[in-house]
Ligand binder design. Structure first.
Ligand code: ACO
Length: 401
């Protein structure tokens, strides 16, 4: 049921809804979620069909344009993306200002925000063409920036994008190629990477997307808005969960300690939560997790990996799925539980997990930002508050306090 509070009139009334559990902030035609039934549709298409039959760049087109592209539209879109993957050489110099042990998300926030200083002559947000160009640049450049952040932390030279590779292949190339040897991208791993991108592409009004919309509602430029989204995504309750999940698996260490951690998660006097379990909206199996789970098993089989952490992950999945606490509270493994395991198997370091989520979500952020700005009568986002401080009191001179 939707109550349109605008009909209550005046600004004398407002709803008090911490965490926006029951507040719709906008109208949107991009993504539909039915958390109780475990449904996720992008522009009407079910995520499992897209994950099976489409690819990340086609999904980007769908999210941005509203329809699936025909062959010619897709070829043009791919061309626009691949011709925008390069970074201004000064960005390389910009990186040198970071400590080498900086978290790549810190670098991503900084570099994405700094992009507005490189494209300041193309930032008229009232012009749909300029907005589209910014969206393309962001989707195209995020893999390059992300891989640069990784290379910087490990002291290797930046690898330039290769435009004859797919989006996922190119990212893996920029991550793992070295001057002496080009990385040979396995089709299974490239497909798994592409699926991870697809499954993180958009998820309606989550914390980071809402952050982007609020930032954009003031007329801020797209790079600043996406930097705000990156910052919001970083938290462990949101995009940081896949990194937090792997850290937790490392802490558990061996399968015989799983029971102990499950008990900790159920103990209400202990703040510990099982990372990678639960979701604000899905109170059923997250449909993205279903696809990720299958991909995860495919990748582990392909690579024939014997990693004790993966054993812990699979053991945890089994135990939590059968535990009455998790069943009763409808806490299922979420997409981040499986994506973390896949990324680890591909050889991506934990510190890059949230960066990859940010890369993939960028298309969702820019789609929502563009949709918001193309809607007539768009208002600045400005929630109210329930004030709990002092009523009026008089200022006292310092020697009377
Ligand atoms: N482990 C143990 N108990 C949990 C967990 C968990 N992971 N998640 C929720 N619960 C319990 C809570 O303690 C609470 O119990 P109570 O009713 O007895 O107080 C109940 O389940 C409901 O939890 P809330 O925090 O009210 O649920 P909310 O919808 O606000 O939180 C969230 C959702 C933040 C995702 C939560 O489940 C969580 O912290 N999970 C771990 C972090 C994580 O994996 N985040 C990734 C989200 S997916 C994404 O960003 C793509």
């Amino acid at each position: 049921d939707v109550i349109d509070v605008r009909s209550l009139g005046a600004h004398n009334h407002f709803t008090y809804d911490p965490g926006f559990m029951s507040t719709g902030s906008c109208e949107s035609a991009i993504t539909f979620i039915d958390g109780a039934k475990g449904v996720l549709l992008h522009r009407g298409y079910p995520i499992d069909q897209l994950a099976e039959q489409s690819n990340y760049l086609e999904l980007c087109y769908l999210l941005l344009e509203g329809e699936l592209p025909n062959k010619e539209q897709m070829a043009n879109f791919e061309n626009e993306i691949t011709t925008n993957t390069m970074m201004h050489e000064k960005i390389g110099a910009f990186f040198q200002g970071f400590r080498v042990d900086a978290h790549p998300m810190a670098m991503l926030c900084g570099v994405v925000g700094a992009l507005s200083s490189f494209y300041h002559d193309d930032l008229d947000i009232t012009d749909p063409e300029q907005r589209k160009r910014s969206a393309i640049k962001l989707v195209a450049k995020l893999p390059t920036i992300s891989a640069m952040a990784y290379k910087y932390t490990i002291g290797q030279p930046f690898v330039y994008p290769k435009n004859d590779l797919s989006y996922a292949e190119n990212f893996l190339h920029m991550m793992f190629s070295v001057p002496a040897e080009e990385y040979k991208v396995s089709p299974v791993l490239a497909k798994a990477m592409d699926r991870i991108f697809m499954l993180h592409a958009d998820h309606e009004q989550n914390a980071s997307t809402s952050t982007v919309r609020i930032a954009g509602s003031s007329g801020a430029n797209p790079y600043a808005c996406i930097a705000a989204g990156v910052a919001s995504l970083w938290g462990p309750a949101h995009g940081g969960a896949n990194e937090a999940c792997l850290t937790m698996l490392e802490e558990i260490g061996t399968a015989d300690r799983i029971e102990e951690y499950v008990a900790k998660a159920k103990d209400k006097s202990d703040p510990f939560r099982l990372m990678g379990f639960g979701h604000r909206v899905y109170k059923n199996f997250d449909p993205r997790a279903t696809v990720m789970r299958q991909t995860c098993h495919e990748v582990l089989k392909e690579l024939n990996i014997q990693d004790p952490l993966l054993e812990v992950a699979m053991g945890l999945e089994k135990i939590a799925l059968e535990d009455p606490y998790f069943i009763e509270k409808k806490l299922y493994p979420n997409v981040d539980f499986y994506s973390g395991i896949i990324l680890k198997a591909i050889g991506i370091p934990t510190s890059m997990f949230t960066v990859i989520f940010a890369m993939a979500r960028t298309v969702g952020w820019v789609s929502h930002w563009d949709e918001m700005l193309s809607q007539p009568g768009q208002k600045i986002g400005r929630p109210r508050q329930l004030y709990t401080g002092y009523t009026k009191r008089d200022y006292a001179d310092a020697n009377k306090r």
